[in-house]
Design a protein around this ligand. Sequence first.
Ligand SMILES: Cc1ncc(COP(=O)(O)O)c(C=O)c1O
Length: 424
Amino acid sequence: MPTVWASRYASRTKGITSSAIRDLLKVTQRPGMISFGGGLPAPELFPAQRFQEACHKVLSQNSASALQYGETEGYAPLRQFVADKIARHGIKTSPDNVLITSGSQQALDLLGKLLIDTGDRVLVEAPTYLGALQAFRVFAADFVSVSIDDYGLRTELLEKPLRSDPKFMYVLPNFQNPAGTTLSEDRRVELVALAERHGVPIIEDDPYGELRYEGDHLTPLLALDRKSLPRDSSYTSGNVIYLSTFSKTLAPGLRLGWIVAPPEVIGKLAQLKQGADLHTSTFNQFVAYEVARDGFLEEHVQLIRKVYRERRDVMLDALQQFFPPGVTWTHPQGGLFLWVTLPAGLDIQAILKSALEQNVAFVPGDSFFADNKAGRGRSRQSHMRLNFSNAAPEQIREGIRRLSEAVKTHLASMSQPSELPLEV
Ligand SMILES: Cc1ncc(COP(=O)(O)O)c(C=O)c1O
């Protein structure tokens, strides 16, 4: 029975549903389950010892500040650490350009609050990060989806949607979630030029950029946007706001992310953050800074890259070995995911059901499209997002084998005539 509260829910909450991924995570806790579902880092790589030492140091030397309320914008040394990271791309930033958030998911929520009025158009990739759709949907965004291919967002399709005056574009240039694709350097340049020409700014979400397993690092949109300016000019304006996080390089349980933007925008976002949580956990910020400093983070990222590269390769090999013809997948150069495209006509929810019965999980692709319909205007192909960071290599092989059985069974039943001939 609905509670008295149900009739009091604000109208903006209508149509808000729980994330398919978070719901699936509950099922994947079952013993014996091999999960390619969540975007979970490998827990055995969490630098627990370094965290332990950092906690000890913070509590023995700095407990008065670390356990106290802190500034909304974040712990000053951590903001400086982020500014220094950005400076490596040749962008002059100061701590005033940085807001520490409770995960980059909070950054998306705050940016939604700051930028989206009811019915405002927001240009997103198809497919795109489900958590961003969830965050922006609360503010009744009207999504304009533009498809991607192996080289990321198809910039040649942007002219028309940009003329419909979207408030901003939300783009994942590196090892996109869910597809694992990377925006090519040419398209990056074109995208930044289009943003300038149409006056439509960009939110660049980059949680995976450091996790590259092959090829050269590509220039962030933020750096390309500032290229025309003198190298030492401060970041006080521009068309790109940049987001990242410690979730994939240190630990997601920290809930620490950041926004890089002109100081005026940071000030406005800080006002909104005060209403949300006053500030991000002081203790976690002190600890993260102690863990990450003195080159530890860079060293640790090298280890993560090595382990995830191997897992990606095992998954690619297993897909090649077990999956039937007609199924295709992306070849991610980094990140945590690859994206499988199945022949048209398969029922992805039915495949998920069979897969879960075989104790293997994936996320169906539909959730990553703003209109919840995969393959719009094309042949209604369905997709699976597969995560390769969380399972050990031998589990990855076994999981892909089980998944391939589920796909083959459904393919076989599709090729059976759907109606039996009448007996006469
Ligand atoms: C593209 C993207 N943005 C943002 C997030 C949120 O990350 P967090 O809130 O853990 O920093 C994720 C998490 O998977 C993501 O994939």
